[in-house]
Design a protein around this ligand. Structure first.
Ligand code: ZN
Length: 229
């Protein structure tokens, strides 16, 4: 009887220990994933802020650039607010998605400003697949993923030229443990960062092939990014 009781107690304690160990491991994985995406969001935000600051003389042009220029600056503020919220939130994933969701809109607005200034027709398009910091794509390109799948993805002009000359595009990398991998190979480590960048384009005809190249963009895995970022 006593031996049976001790065995039962030992079993219960073992189960509790194992549950605790699994929870801690799961928490650590989540922590690593969040911190990779947070670093990626911080560096993209800095890059966009620098681009907005360099374009500051546009302030002088007033009504010529007003609407799109204001939209670019407002998107910068939204990205900054979302990053600040991510820093203080116990569950920062949704806020991190909102950082890149705002940056994508900001890059699109900045591209419209530049197009208007040189008399080009502004166009709205998904960001360059290889590195969304390159801004809205200007074309599409057929590209082979690491596992040999042929896909068509939106691209900036510079990356198309690189692919056509046999070079790799200038892809955005994300930290995974001690490595830096192309974002579409970084899995969950880059997930909040990536989902925000492409959240506005879920109904785009190329989204299916982008999901093939980057499964992390799959809609059923994606959280709904609030438009009220
Ligand atoms: Zn590009």
């Amino acid at each position: 009887m006593v031996v049976g009781g001790l065995l039962l107690l030992g079993f219960v304690m073992f189960q509790a220990w194992r549950h605790d160990r699994d929870m801690r491991a799961e928490h650590q994985v989540l922590e690593n994933q969040t911190s990779s995406s947070r670093l990626a969001c911080e560096s993209d935000l800095t890059r966009f802020r620098n681009d907005v600051e360099q374009a500051a003389p546009l302030d002088e042009l007033g009504e010529w650039v007003d609407e799109d220029w204001s939209a670019a600056k407002a998107a910068l503020s939204r990205a900054e607010d979302a990053l600040a919220r991510a820093a203080s939130s116990p569950q920062p994933v949704a806020s991190l998605e909102k950082v890149t969701f705002a940056l994508e809109q900001g890059r699109a607005a900045l591209a419209r400003v530049q197009a208007n200034l040189v008399g080009d027709e502004p166009h709205d398009a998904p960001p360059c697949f290889f590195n969304p910091n390159h801004g809205p794509s200007s074309t599409t390109v057929s590209w082979t993923t690491a596992d040999g799948t042929r896909v068509r993805v939106p691209s900036c002009g510079a990356d198309v030229l690189r692919i056509q000359s046999g070079a790799d595009p200038y892809w955005r990398t994300v930290a995974v443990d001690d490595l830096r991998l192309p974002w579409w190979q970084a899995g969950a480590n880059g997930a909040p960062w990536a989902r925000g960048w492409f959240a506005r384009w879920h109904n785009h005809p190329l989204m299916a092939s982008m999901v093939q190249a980057a499964p992390v963009l799959r809609r059923d895995e994606a959280r709904e990014v609030s438009r009220a970022a």
